[in-house]
Structure formats: C-alpha cells, structure tokens
Design a protein. Sequence first.
Length: 102
Amino acid sequence: MERRLWHRLRNGQIDGQRFRRQHPTGSYVLDFYCPAIRLAVEVDGAAHDVPEQAAHDLRRDAWLTAQGIRVLRVPAADVLNEERREGMLDTIAAAGRESEAS
C-alpha cells in the first residue's frame, strides 16, 4: 500500500519536494518525510481506529510537533483508491506549500 504512495512522492514529484521513506526520527519511524519543509505523511489503516493506537498516535504527533515537524495523516483507503489518490496528493502538496510559508 505505501509503495503506491511512495511511487508518487519520490524524486520530487510533488511540487519538487523530495520525500524519504521510513525515516527514523527520535524513537519513531515516519512513513514519509520531507526534511526541506519538515512535513511527515503518515498512512493510517484500520489499526489506527483502535483507541490504544489512536492515543499512541496523539502522543507521537505531539512529540513530532514539538520537534517542529508537521504531521499529515492520510487514510489508507485513499492511497488504495485510484479515484481518491489524486485528491490526497493535492492535499499533501497543499500541506507542503503551507509548511514552506511558515
């Protein structure tokens, strides 16, 4: 599943921003990370709906935010669904532009 998104994020295909895949940060590993704009993109499947996982995600996002990293969570269903994927990529591009502006 992440491979589909990686195919579109790698080599600067989103507004020229270069993302890394499975990037370690502190005690966490980010699904995708663009260091130039300090943007993490996390793909969330059904497991993230479980209360314990959701609480962990909140703690993780708070830590990343404190490190100056913006976190964008995208549903796995959007990665898998070709019709939704383009809208999701537009959302990632917009988040990147917002990160550049701040």
